[in-house]
Ligand binder design. Structure first.
Ligand SMILES: Cc1cc2nc3c(=O)[nH]c(=O)nc-3n(C[C@H](O)[C@H](O)[C@H](O)COP(=O)(O)O)c2cc1C
Length: 352
């Protein structure tokens, strides 16, 4: 099967599945009845990888490599330009295998010449491939995706993952732009966050369980039965985020993704320490089913709702939101305790 065909199948099977939401229900804000500020003072500005951004939202890697991918990336780039938000393309390996599909990636830059565009490759990438991918888009950063469970379930997927951390390190040491290591929906644990930090990446996108599930997508593609044990695999986004934030302790930037399509969950993720939040299934679904104007409206609605939530916690900035008390209960709290992380610190921190 050609890579273009596989890319189209990923889109098709992702659209067929009900969009799911990350599990942040164990994490609660405390209502602040005396915020002492005006709504127009609330700012969504965030800083990461040495730059300031209008909003913490970005369009995560989705596609490239086919005619359909060209149309989707073209529309997503329009949305990214209008909303002034970063956008990542899907894996550019497709363009290395068949240069005739290069325009399905470069359209993301063509439609958004002054915007922020991120290149994307897997951990198999050599420093030469990484430089080529960045050059192709005049990209501002490179995402390296980490997707072992997907490869294991995919018919004909990779089986050899030796030396992954070293390969990431080699790429980091040989390219000019910041490197973002991203999981695609199974999460990053504190031990691997430490390894990625050592590899020298500028940011980790925890890509946790709760949104797009590539074991399920590969199962639908192949028509084969996938056991429940595999469908439930992965670290939930909220837990992965806390483990990573607690390990990294501000040394590099952390992003949250994996089922982040609800403003309250986005606020919770930012409060837990994420500098940015990646959206994939939501923009893909909204764009294909309702068009780019609806997607733009949805992004602005999410941002407005996020500001309302910040106001109700008494936070006028994301830095403020990161000091707002958060009560962590249930399974999440128990998990953190077993892993040596004290969730009481979040409940007792203070805005002042
Ligand atoms: C159809 C589809 C294709 C994807 N292709 C890529 C890819 O090529 N490279 C990559 O890093 N992530 C890819 N992703 C993963 C997303 O970037 C994201 O990590 C994951 O979907 C979790 O976010 P979500 O729950 O918001 O969808 C893809 C996601 C979807 C839905």
């Amino acid at each position: 099967m050609s890579r273009a065909h596989r890319k189209n199948e990923h889109i098709y099977h992702s659209l067929k599945k009900r969009m799911s939401r990350a599990d942040f229900k164990d994490i609660s804000f405390i209502h602040n009845c005396l915020p002492n500020m005006a709504f127009n003072q609330v700012s969504l500005k965030t800083e990461y990888m040495g730059r300031t951004y209008r909003s913490p939202l970005f369009i995560n890697a989705i596609t490239g490599g086919s005619q359909m991918a060209y149309r989707i990336n073209s529309a997503l780039a329009d949305v990214a330009r209008v909303c002034n938000m970063p956008m990542a393309v899907g894996s550019q390996m497709a363009a290395f295998e068949d240069s005739s599909c290069t325009d399905s990636f470069t359209i993301a830059r063509k439609n958004n010449p002054g915007g922020e565009v991120w290149a994307n490759l897997g951990t198999y990438a050599s420093p030469e491939m990484a430089s080529k991918a960045v050059k192709m888009l005049n990209a501002d950063a490179l995402q390296i995706h980490i997707n072992v469970p997907q490869e294991l379930v995919m018919k004909g997927g990779d089986r050899d993952f030796r030396d992954m951390s070293n390969r990431i390190k080699k790429v980091v040491n040989n390219i000019e732009v910041p490197v973002i290591a991203k999981e695609v929906g199974f999460g990053v644990a504190r031990e691997q966050a430490e390894a990625l930090l050592k590899a020298g990446v500028s940011a980790i996108d925890v890509g946790g369980r709760g949104g797009t599930n590539f074991i399920a997508i590969e199962g639908s593609r192949s028509g084969r039965y996938i056991p429940e044990s595999l469908l439930e695999w992965g670290i939930p986004t909220a837990i992965s985020l806390i483990e990573t934030v607690e390990t990294i302790k501000g040394r590099i930037d952390i992003f949250a993704s994996g089922g982040m399509n609800n403003a309250l969950d986005i606020a919770r993720a930012l409060s837990l320490g994420a500098k940015a939040v990646g959206l994939a299934a939501m923009p893909l679904n909204t764009l294909v089913k309702y068009g780019r104007r609806t997607l733009i409206k949805k992004i602005y609605d999410l941002e407005n709702e996020l500001k309302l939530i910040m106001m109700m916690t008494g936070s006028s900035s994301i830095a403020g939101l990161q000091k707002a008390p958060l009560v962590i209960t249930g399974f999440t709290s128990e998990w953190l305790e077993r892993r040596g992380i004290n969730s009481d610190n979040y409940a007792r921190r203070s805005l002042v």
